[in-house]
Design a protein around this ligand. Sequence first.
Ligand SMILES: [Zn+2]
Ligand SMILES: [Zn+2]
Length: 194
Amino acid sequence: MNTCPKCQTALHQVDYQQLTLLQCETCSGFWFQEGQFRQVKSFGFSGLPGTPSSKNSEAEEQDETTQSREPDSLSCPECEIPLAPYIYAYSSGIQLHRCSKCAGIWAAYDDLIRIEHLLADYQESLEDAKSKIMPLMMKVKQQIQEEEQAREAEKRNNSFFHRVFRHKSGKNQSRPPLLEEVEANFPSDEKDAS
Ligand SMILES: [Zn+2]
Ligand SMILES: [Zn+2]
């Protein structure tokens, strides 16, 4: 019989999204067997049955020291070796416990809800960033297109001038017809003087 690492009472089976999880009836904590934590995370933790712990969130926030003073002598319900505490997502401050032997994860119900909020916040900030970056991306795209068009136009102009003046300095003295056209439209000073 698997028992809760915290309360030492029997864990009971809970069906969730075609998974069979183990939960403590006393503290609502969950024991996730290898891979289950990730699977449940993809469905969302908020749908899990459970009761938030009775301590009010204010006291919880004020008293981080009490939390860290809690003895970390939790044992794996399956292997009965001590679980290793670790912080979820490195900087979240949410502590989970993992078994080094069976890769199971023990999580308090409150912490799962906190993770759910964290993921929601993350998703929200991602959407926010996306909505801010999209108009910027469009602007940059437009700018690149405009620059490309300008470059194309410049290339066309260059080849035009090349065609006009190519023969002027060369050995071939024949005048290209385009030069006549240019001179007709832009009379030279010489012509003005006469
Ligand atoms: Zn318990
Ligand atoms: Zn284990």
